[in-house]
Design a binder for this molecule. Structure first.
Ligand code: MG
Length: 247
């Protein structure tokens, strides 16, 4: 019988895998149509299998502390309304590739942690700092893109205040079994295409002026954005669950 699949079946097994070298029966990669890159002028577009959490048009995927998210929606972005509180997604997810586009206030106000502070809280618990660190010194582990209170970013890749910026985050959630941590969380972060963290291990949840051990939680959680009293904007947010991730 004709067998026109490309590949081989007379090759050795790849150590640690169940497949042979160039295995003709090994499944093909899923097809994903890529999106387009974000520029300071224009939002990007999401890959075909991404789940869009915010596209600049409505806040239906988001909730505030008293129900509806109270942040301002205008001109294709949302903006923090100080004192209305953090907002978080209705959707809950764990391991993911996450993309966010955000901008610091063009009118510079405050200094250190008081300048353009917001935050991306993975699973509502683990913060990647959002801050205006363009010519604004602050403590290293609280800088833009820092794993707050734990790891400073490798570099400062901030654009000027008012310019749109992007985070691309690969998040591997912590694993708990029978109430015990069996694998800590790991994160990789790029800001404007520049690497800030490579597979960095988190020591626990985000804290201010202290450290705390992990507390067991479900394998999924919401994405939370922080109201720290500053007029930070977000315009495009999507994620892809890492269902293909092979431990
Ligand atoms: Mg913050």
């Amino acid at each position: 019988m004709a067998d026109d699949k490309p590949g081989y079946d007379d090759t050795p097994i790849i150590p640690g895998q169940t497949w042979k070298v160039h295995d003709k029966n090994r499944p093909q990669a899923r097809i994903v149509t890529p999106g387009t890159a974000c520029t300071p002028e224009k939002p990007g577009s999401a890959p075909s299998d991404a789940i869009v959490l915010f596209d600049g048009k409505d806040l239906t995927n988001w909730r505030g502390r008293d129900g509806a998210a109270k942040w301002k929606l205008e001109n294709g972005y949302m903006e923090v309304v100080p004192s209305t509180g953090d907002i978080q997604t209705v959707q809950e997810f764990g391991d993911c590739q996450l993309h966010l586009e955000w901008a610091e206030p063009a009118v510079v106000k405050g200094e250190s942690q008081g300048r353009g502070n917001s935050g991306v809280f993975l699973m509502g618990t683990y913060e990647i700092q959002v801050l205006d660190c363009y010519q604004n010194p602050t403590y290293a582990d609280g800088s833009t893109g820092g794993i707050y209170g734990q790891w400073p970013p490798l570099v400062n890749a901030c654009r000027k205040p008012g310019e749109w910026q992007a985070y691309d985050i690969i998040w591997l959630a912590p694993r708990f079994e029978n109430g015990k941590l069996i694998r800590p969380a790991h994160v990789t972060v790029l800001q404007n295409g520049v690497l800030l963290h490579h597979h960095k291990m988190l020591i626990g949840p985000t804290c201010h002026r202290t450290v705390e051990p992990y507390k067991p939680h479900p394998p999924v959680g919401p994405l939370k954005l922080q109201d720290h009293g500053d007029l930070v904007r977000f315009r495009y947010i999507w994620y892809r669950p890492l269902r293909d991730y092979d431990e």
